[in-house]
Design a protein around this ligand. Structure first.
Ligand SMILES: *Cc1c(COP(=O)(O)O)cnc(C)c1O
Length: 321
């Protein structure tokens, strides 16, 4: 048995989106509520962290060290988990501190994380320095790379896919032909892909790229799916050609909210009372909406939007200029 620390509130619900489906006039829409994974306002990183924390503890770690943007959901969930596990947490954040701490950053402070701002330096360079300093100081650091997307982290989504398949097995109305999700560091999509292969699921998994060209993301997802399956002891082979990615919705770049994200956020809110975040799920939903309007999905198909979280970013000053 591969060790895993159980923290997330599982299974997360799968819900129907009847009003959104009819407003868009396309396929039947569903949502998997991984914005409700339970730890510190939820999100997809909690499932990855169940394996990462187990690995950290097996290594005798006393400090979790990770990296992200100022409004990183991954950093917030890692900080919360460290607090809960009685570990220190050091976060390396991109750029310089804002005037006010809001959204995820405010929560990072509440959870007692130490913040190191990369300023003009590369985040990963600073991450390595911070890790070595913590090591020399005897703090037993455990390094979690961007988005927690390691073979162990992605394994959380192999399990998530199995969870969804068993929900749909019990309730046929929850069955979907497609899964659409926000994909960035690739661990979520990689785990879902490996989980789908493992269970023989016949649907398709489409990653809406948040910040990378499709060929690069396909490569990342395939190699992570491979590494995660290897790590779990599963015999599977993945190639970039197995990975579906759409990179038409990158807009003006990471964290830059445009009219498509604004529209998607309002549409989900007004039709279903459901909150999307500005950076990830808002963009992925905008992509899904655009694909529905262009007739990409066939009538009679069902599309499951895998909600990966991001709720605290809704309240970040940065996204309300
Ligand atoms: C991190 C994150 C993603 C992307 O997941 P990856 O595994 O990095 O591809 C999507 N949505 C939200 C809200 C996230 O925080």
């Amino acid at each position: 048995m591969i060790p895993r620390i159980r923290i997330a509130h599982l299974p997360t619900p799968v819900e129907l989106l009847p009003r959104l489906s009819s407003a868009l006039g396309g396929p039947r829409l569903l949502v998997k509520r991984d914005d409700q994974t339970g730890l510190a306002l939820g999100g997809n990183k909690v499932r990855k962290l169940e394996y990462l924390l187990a690995e950290a503890q097996a290594n005798g770690a006393r400090t979790l060290v990770t990296v992200g943007a100022a409004q990183s959901n991954h950093c917030r969930q890692t900080a919360a988990l460290a607090a809960r596990a009685g570990l220190d947490c050091v976060l390396v954040l991109g750029g310089t501190p804002p005037v006010r701490s809001t959204g995820n950053l405010l929560l990072d402070e509440y959870f007692g994380a130490e913040l190191v701002w990369a300023g003009g330096q590369q985040r990963d360079t600073v991450l390595k320095q911070v890790f070595h300093e913590a090591w020399s100081a005897g703090r037993r650091p455990y390094l979690i790379p961007l988005g927690g997307s390691t073979p162990a982290g992605a394994a959380g989504y192999v399990l998530a896919m199995q969870e969804y398949i068993s929900q749909a097995a019990d309730r046929p109305e929850l069955r979907a032909d497609w899964i659409v999700l926000a994909s960035s560091s690739g661990g979520t999509q990689a785990g879902l892909l490996a989980g789908a292969r493992k269970t023989g699921w016949s649907g398709r998994i489409l990653g809406v790229s948040i910040d990378r060209p499709a060929p690069e993301l396909r490569e990342i997802v395939a190699s992570l799916a491979q590494a995660s399956a290897d790590w779990l002891g599963e015999r599977m082979v993945f190639a970039p050609g197995d990975v579906l990615v759409n990179d038409q919705f990158l807009g003006a770049g990471y964290g830059v909210i445009g009219p498509p994200e604004q529209e998607a956020i309002r549409l989900f809110a007004r039709q279903e009372g459901l909150l999307l975040d500005p950076v990830y799920t808002g963009r992925a939903a905008a992509g899904m909406i655009s694909l529905i309007r262009s007739g990409f999905f066939h009538t009679g198909e069902s599309v499951l939007f895998w909600h990966t979280g991001g709720t605290p970013a809704v309240f970040a000053d940065q996204y309300h200029p």
